[in-house]
Write a protein that binds this ligand. Sequence first.
Ligand SMILES: [Zn+2]
Length: 237
Amino acid sequence: MAEKDLVFGKTYKCPICDSSFKNLTVKQGKARMVSTDLDLKVNYRDIEPLKYDVILCPVCGYAALERYFDRVSVFQRKNIVEKISQSFHTVFEEKDEFTFEDALVRYKFALLSAQVKMSKHSEFGFICLKMGWLYRAWRVSLPVEEIKKKEELKAHENEFLSNAYNYFEVARAKEQSPICGMDELTFDTLLACLCVELKKYEEAKKYMGAIIQNRNATKRIKDKVFELKEIIYEDEE
Ligand SMILES: [Zn+2]
């Protein structure tokens, strides 16, 4: 199936400028899951759904992940108008699917809006995590001979995953569960996986310990911890 057949223009109303606009969104239940990476990134056949996770108002430039899009206080709205909308001139041509470049531009707008909103660490972390994963998906999509481009994308991937981890570490200490919609156990599992991906093994062990001691840990989650332990063990040999 073509990627453009798996998305549609969903109508949103901007909480900043009240404009109605269409935003490409993945059709529910259509994308087929094919695999999961070590750090829990899910991969789908024929589409990278992460490309469509940012909602961007083409009129005023406000952008956010769907979960956070409508959550704007009066103070934040005023800041967005003053610091983004008044100088926003970018024209986005209408598309029936996004390239990785298109998607990353949209994520950069989401980061900018989060900065102006002075969002919580978890929101920054979630944007950075998805950007890191997008760089990975882009890298994986390229043919093997594009060595240089792949290396460049890998560097961006590591940079964004590392930023995501740093934001999440603070969020875990300062914010109440659920964080980014994840309960404590799921969030710790994500952090443990991210640490292993980033080869931060001492930190990984700390989260793995917390997971094992959590009495809600299911067999599936304990198996994941075991898998991570094996990877660390083999790498430290
Ligand atoms: Zn707007």
